[in-house]
Design a protein around this ligand. Sequence first.
Ligand code: SF4
Ligand code: SF4
Length: 370
Amino acid sequence: MTYRCPLHCAFCSNPVDYMRHRQELDSAQWRQVLSQARALGAAQLGLSGGEPLLRDDLEDLVGHARQLGFYTNLITSGVGLTDARLGALRAAGLDHIQLSFQDSTRELNDFLSSTRTFDLKQRVARLIKAHGYPMVLNCVLHRHNLAHVGAIIEMALQMGAEYLELANTQYYGWAWENRLGLMPTEEQLRTAEAVVATYRARIGKRCRILYVVPDYFEKRPKKCMNGWGSVFLGVAPDGAALPCHAARMLPGLTLPNVRTQSLHDIWYHSEAFQRFRGTAWMPEPCRSCDEKERDLGGCRCQAWLLTGDAGRTDPVCDKSPDHASVHAVVMHGRLADHPLAPHRPLAPVPEAPLVFRTDAASLRLSGMAR
Ligand code: SF4
Ligand code: SF4
C-alpha cells in the first residue's frame, strides 16, 4: 500500500530504489483494483508495506474489501496501531493482523529497525489481543538473532501468541544489500532449528511455530510464489502489478500498471505475467529435469541477483551450473562469523557494515542523490 515506513530495517524486502516509486494510488484507484481482483476470483487480501497504517484510508479500504468478500490480513510493524484505529479496523471487518518483531531484546529490536519500537510493539500486541484478534507474530531471523530463537519463542508464548512465524531472511531488496552482514552460518541455523523442534514438541498446539529455512542452505529451490503468475498478484504502492514482491528489480521486465490496464488484462495477457509462467521458458538443466513441476525452476529474482540472468536455473539448485555463486555468499558469512554474538556488545560487522533502509540510502543506492 505504501513504501513509506517509520522503521529502517536492514533486512527490509522493499525495493532498494523505493524512492523512485513514491506516487501512491489514491483511495478510488485502490477500490477499483480491489473490485477487479475480487471479480477475477481473488479471495485473500494481504495489506502490507512499508507501513500500511500510514495510509489514512486503510479502514475504508478494509471495509470495501470486506464488502467484496475478501479475507483480509494486515501485516504491520505496529507503529500507529492505536486503540481507536484497532476499533475502526475491527468495525470495518479486518480479519487478521500479523505483528512483526525484530528480536526478543529491546537492544537488538531497536538496533535492527533503527528505531525505539520494542516497548511500543509490546503495547500493541496487548491491544491486538484485547480487540479479540488471534495473536500472530513474525520475526525475521539472521546471524544477529538466531541465537535468540528460544527467547523469541518464550516472548511469543508470554504474549499469548497462537502463531509465530520465524522466517529466515530471504535475500532481496535491502537484505541483498546487507547479505554479507546478515548471512548466518549453517551451524547457527541448525542449532536454531533444533531449538524450534524442542519447543514444538513441548508446547504442542498451544502455539504453531513456522520456521522458514533460507534458500541458500538448501539443495533445491523453493517453488517461488507457487509458480510465476500462478496464484499470486501483487500491486505495488504506485500501481505496478507484480508476479512476485521482488520482481520490480528484474531488468527488461516491463511491469504493467493498474492505472492503465485492468487486472484481468494484466493477469491473462501481459507479457510480464506470461514470461516465466509454467515450464516452457525453462533452460537446461530444468527443461529436461524430472523435478521441474515440483519447483518450477525456483526463483527468478534469485537467479538474476546471483547470475545476472533471470532466465537461468535458480543457483540454489545443486544441479545448476551456477551453484557455486550461492556458496560464495554463504562462505563469506562463515568467515565473518560472530561479530554480534549475544554476549558481545552490539556493533556492525566490520567487513560489511549494515545499510539501514532510509530515504537517503535509497536515493544514494538508486543513483538519485545529488
Ligand atoms: S521490514 Fe521494517 S522497514 Fe521494511 S517495511 Fe517492514 S517494518 Fe518497514
Ligand atoms: S534443475 Fe531446475 S527443475 Fe530440476 S530441481 Fe533444479 S531448479 Fe528444479
